[in-house]
Design a protein around this ligand. Structure first.
Ligand code: FSO
Ligand code: SF4
Length: 547
């Protein structure tokens, strides 16, 4: 196996024996083959798209296939193999309905649209020949993978939007274009670099669409105090990012005596007005994804993963028989809640029945945390914010969005938040916030010093806020604002967030705790020269530089 798609890639270069994330080599290779299969589907569905026949099936397939290969989403070999077989059938079905002769010469007989396999050994054999290292040139490989990871993040956000009935064909058109480009031997580094930047443009579209889907369906996030303690009823813990799953779980648990709690990236669900009507939607339990191996022990009730980040349970864990997955998430041995039938809902009754037999959760913490500072809420506070900036009460905003992770070096972010001067405000989104969201950083004239916009995709909100401030202060360039960017990354959704920020013209982003293993020295150079991207250094030096 070879995988270097996340920040925890072994030795800072790539996992080769087993994933640091727990991914077995067979699963890693099967994921490579799922990506290869998705490329075959993309070749033909792109051709079909030219007939102007809009069909949801390939869009959904591509979103799900790419999402399934995101770090910490799916560890189930059989499920991944089944998705490959589904993809081959879909590819061949579309092939019958398009004119293959109309494809570019190099694609007409390309292996990606002709290979076949049906048994696990056949797929395993094929998988050995389609991995990342098949691209020999280091820079081309780096650019192809940077593009691929951006597409994976984009696909994840597109899938959440699809689940709410929102779709943007241009986004899917670009996913196809990007996937096909990673096969094209004629593309040089410059063309691939341009595609990477174009990926950022469609990343903005995907995030804007998801924002629209979420806020049209559930209302605009608003300032909310979220309980971090527990009550005395049995509970279900829901993790991941999918709000539609949460909605259906809340409906199905209403009146059952079961409480519902959020974990990690599901925390921002509490900020949406639509979910506030559920009295049994109690609060957030625990912290970011990697703490789950401890925190699930004491939760006592069943846990539902709607997406990543799933961590394989330790051998001695006591919660393994209480974990369920749904959507793109999967883990061999964990029951999987099937997709909703057209026009219907998912059936969460097995989780609810289990919860009824479980003890209430043991409190880890008590009190509340505040969030809900997405663009609509912040724009409502704009006068207050602008006055604070004009009076000098707020001197600088620091965007600290992104992901959390296991590495000890991430203590940097807690220390950085603590040491920031008192006239600075942190803008955050994503699970990175758990490194500092419980620190007593106080407020500036009633404006909290940590403004949490929501999930990682709500980094879009932070961009909208920045653009709004640029307009209010009548500036020509987003970089003239008193905003610095110190972003923590972990997996591929952070890659699309980063590319989206670059597309919006944001310069001088600091990225940590380490730069991606998949950036070759030359590609890093391009990002440094054109966008001023830089790695983090020590807390004190970065405070001097950024704050
Ligand atoms: Fe975190 Fe995981 Fe949301 Fe990622 S839970 S690390 S960027 O999946 O997607 O922020
Ligand atoms: Fe390694 Fe990250 Fe890939 Fe897992 S996802 S195998 S930790 S690089």
């Amino acid at each position: 196996m070879f995988c270097f798609q996340c920040q925890e890639a072994a030795g800072g270069t790539g996992c080769t024996i087993k994933g640091v994330c727990g991914k077995e080599p067979e699963v890693a290779r099967m994921q490579d083959l799922l990506m290869y299969t998705a490329k075959g589907v993309a070749v033909l569905s792109r051709e079909k798209r030219k007939q102007n026949v809009l069909c949801e099936t390939p869009n959904r397939y591509l979103a799900d296939a790419l999402f399934t290969t995101i770090t910490n989403a799916n560890f189930d070999l059989q499920v991944i193999a089944d998705k490959i077989l589904q993809g081959l059938a879909l590819r061949d079905h579309i092939k019958e309905n398009v004119d293959v002769e109309a494809l570019p010469e190099w694609l007409k007989t390309h292996d990606v649209i002709t290979w076949n396999g049906s048994t696990i050994p056949e797929l395993e054999e094929k998988a050995k020949h389609v991995g990342v290292l098949e691209t020999k040139d280091e820079d081309i490989r780096s650019l192809r993978e940077l593009l691929t990871y951006g597409l994976k993040g984009m696909a994840a956000y597109a899938e959440h939007a699809l689940n709410l009935g929102y779709s943007d064909n241009d986004v899917f058109g670009f996913i196809e274009k990007g996937l096909i480009a990673t096969l094209d031997e004629s593309l040089d580094a410059e063309t691939l670099t341009n595609l990477v930047l174009e990926c950022g443009k469609f990343g903005v579209s995907a995030m804007a669409l998801l924002d629209k889907a979420n806020t049209s369906t559930y209302g605009h996030p608003e300032i909310t105090q979220v309980n971090i303690g527990t009550r005395n009823n049995p509970g279900i813990l829901i993790s991941g990012h999918d709000l539609k799953d949460l909605e259906e779980l809340l409906e199905q648990t209403e009146g059952t005596g079961i409480d519902v709690y959020t974990h990690s990236e599901m925390l921002p669900a509490h900020y949406y007005p639509a979910f506030k009507k559920y009295d049994h939607f109690v609060g957030n339990y625990g912290n970011s994804w990697w703490k789950q191996t401890e925190e699930f022990e004491t939760f006592n009730g069943p846990i539902l993963f709607t997406t990543n980040c799933l961590v394989p349970p330790r051998k001695k864990s006591t919660y393994s028989d209480r974990v369920f997955t749904t959507g793109a998430a999967g883990f061999s041995g964990f029951p999987h809640i099937a997709d909703r039938p057209k026009g219907g809902s998912k059936d969460f009754s097995p989780i609810i029945e289990m919860a009824k037999t479980c003890k209430p959760p043991v409190a880890i913490e008590n009190g509340t945390i505040t969030g809900g500072f997405a663009h609509n809420q912040v724009v409502q506070l704009a006068d207050k914010v602008v006055d604070a900036v004009k009076s000098g009460a707020i001197r600088k905003f620091i965007v600290m969005a992104g992901c959390d992770g296991r590495m000890k070096s991430r203590e940097y972010y807690t220390e950085f938040a603590q040491k920031l001067p008192k006239d600075t405000v942190i803008l955050t989104a994503g699970c990175a916030k758990y490194r500092y969201n419980k620190l007593p950083l106080g407020d500036i004239g009633g404006i909290p010093r940590i403004l949490d916009a929501g999930q990682c995709n709500d980094s879009y909100s932070l961009a909208v806020i920045a653009l709004k401030l640029k307009e209010i202060f009548e500036l020509n360039d987003i970089n003239e604002l008193p905003i610095a960017y110190n972003i923590a990354w972990y997996e591929q959704k952070a890659v699309i967030v980063l590319l989206a920020l670059l597309y919006l013209g944001v310069k001088n982003i600091h990225l940590g705790p380490t730069l991606p293993a998949f950036l070759s020295p030359n590609v890093t150079d391009v990002l440094v020269k054109n966008f001023g991207i830089a790695p983090i250094s020590s807390v004190d030096e970065d405070i001097k530089l950024l704050a």
